[in-house]
Design a binder for this molecule. Sequence first.
Ligand code: T1G
Length: 706
Amino acid sequence: MNLNPSADVVTRELRGKVLLVTIDHAPVNALGADVRRGLLAAIEAADAEPAVEAVLIVGAGRNFVAGADIREFGKAPVPPSLPDVCNRIETCAKPVVAAIHGAALGGGLEVALAAHYRLAVDGAKLGLPEVQLGLLPGAGGTQRTPRLIGAQAALDLILSGRHAGAKEAHALGLVDRLGSSGDVLAEGLAYAHELLAAHAPVRRTRDAAALSDRAANLAAVAAARAETVKKARGLFSPMKIVEAVEAAVDQPFEDGLRLERKLFLQCLDSPQRAGLIHAFFAEREVLKAPETRDAKPRALGKIGVVGGGTMGAGIAVAVLDAGLPVTMIERDDASLARGRAHIEKVYDGLIAKGRMSAAAKTDVMTRWSGSISYDALADADLVIEAVFEDMSVKQAVFAELDRVCKAGAVLATNTSYLDIDALAASVARPADVIGLHFFSPANLMKLLEVVVPKQVSADVVATAFELAKKLKKTPVRAGVCDGFIGNRVLAVYRAAADAMMEDGASPYQIDAAVRAFGFPMGPFQVVDLAGGDIGWATRKRRAATRHPQARYVQIADRLCERGWFGQKTGRGFYLYPEGSRSGMPDPEVEAIIETERKRAGITPRNFTDEEIIRRYMAAMINEGANVVHEGIALRPLDVDVTFLYGYGFPRYRGGPMHYADMTGLPTILADIREFAKEDPLFWQPSPLLVELVERGADFASLNQTV
Ligand code: T1G
């Protein structure tokens, strides 16, 4: 009997004495308004219908429920609210069972917690990841979870936002029964009927007793609070989570719910929620390039890597970690042995930390093979070269690849700035050539710039995105230019930092201001980490084409001329005594800066941290706008993802372009025009920024799916 006359996202069907309520709202059963209405109607129907003796809630498709509908946040609320729906589920007069498969996250788990009994099958993922969106569980999760599993376990789950599998959830007490088969519906129905046969009572989670030991739970709250103060790193919602769980321990349920609601709304209003939700959707939108829409990827069974240096070995590790075989090519046996050793060193490090077994390393290394003959690449589906950053060296490698690789093999370069169009033109199959710009360490950094030359075929681009997926990397499509997206923008805001240094701000103040903004490191710390010689080589390379009137700050050159390249030489902008990683300000550097100011005829002035950030961000945003304007990046969100995943941009600020929207483009443009009075050549407003301000539009208006 189908009791469901209305909405099709929640269907109701009587199976014997059990009302089967199925949530069917593609793609992940998010709890949009229709779903909330449907759930409410289902519980009302269950209470009203005598034939119904129990309720079973399941999700259609691959998940139970992914959570609240994130797309609704920031819009006017539409009743019924999820807390009300959860409370109504819990007050149902008949036992309600939730049978979980796939994701039961956020509001999805809160719906299950409001049920009276819970079953989870293998593969289920249960969690309260709201903290990753700048939020907290806002539908009773901070009150019901601790009552079920205690404050400590609840705080661990909610503050980490991690997923717990079915077995862990059962051990914690989040679920009552584990289902072995893949058929969550059959398992759920069987469990519901078993409960009916046993006359199992309505069992409200709000009455659960895991908080009975008040002192122990308050101690857990205090410990979590102390830990959160250290680890929150500027995030707003973690401390609110601790406050909400403390209320669960300390106050009656209804009072705790009221406080949860108040704290949830505070988090909802925080700009951090807007930034984190922008990041959530942006990291999914970047996967949608025109070529991934229009073409299918080629096979990716065997991967070749040419070069066993830092980048080549890192790329090889990323490929091995993805479960793929790698053939590494080096010019001679000694270099090949070094390449293999670089790879083994990564795995030995994991073994030393107890994160990998020796047997697992042996197993991984069976998928590595090496050769000094390119012929070993004859059956590779895709080859990545990561040799010395010199066009002639790379062209020689590509000539060999052209000679030996099978038809249809993808030929990729890891160059960080060379002209890939020129490289493609040097082989007989330019349509198969693409850029795969990894970031060091290549096995850890998530960002992968997929650099698209003019002649490349669409399926090669699609193949690059498929490789990124296999490597668990975040791909961003980039056009060919010097520095593609990330390094091109980096060069500009680094120049802005250099100018401020020469004008009066110390590198140490600039780094501190940038860290306070939310970056893990400031620009001069980054130089010392990466090696000042790399930037020095780039500046020398670009000297011939530098605009004759362009301001050029020579301070970094003075350090490099002394061999002060940073951590690897024990000093750069900072001193690294006994090889320590956290640098100390260097009076000799400050003296060099003073000398350079005098040479440049500059009278130093003070900068506030606020002005440092205004200039630093204006430079980043303006060049980001240029990169979008020139089509190097598809959308502003592609620039955001590049900086979130490759340059340490604080995720809760959503990326430079989202940050610009939140600040207001007119404000950014006004800053640039103000700064242009000192240096009109450097501070040229991007035509895109000017156009958007004239139209009263923002960068988000350009973030449509391509
Ligand atoms: N709301 C809206 N859309 C969502 C969504 C959500 N919660 N989750 C995913 N999507 C979209 C996603 O944008 C993509 O869209 C498609 O679904 C597939 O997603 C009150 C306030 C569930 C593990 O944080 O972790 O509940 O690109 O590519 O890899 O306390 O999606 O196809 O157009 O990620 O199979 C808490 C977020 C919300 C979980 C599935 N819940 N989602 O992974 O697919 S806040 C979350 C995920 C909340 C309450 C609070 C994953 C997944 P498109 P996908 P997947």
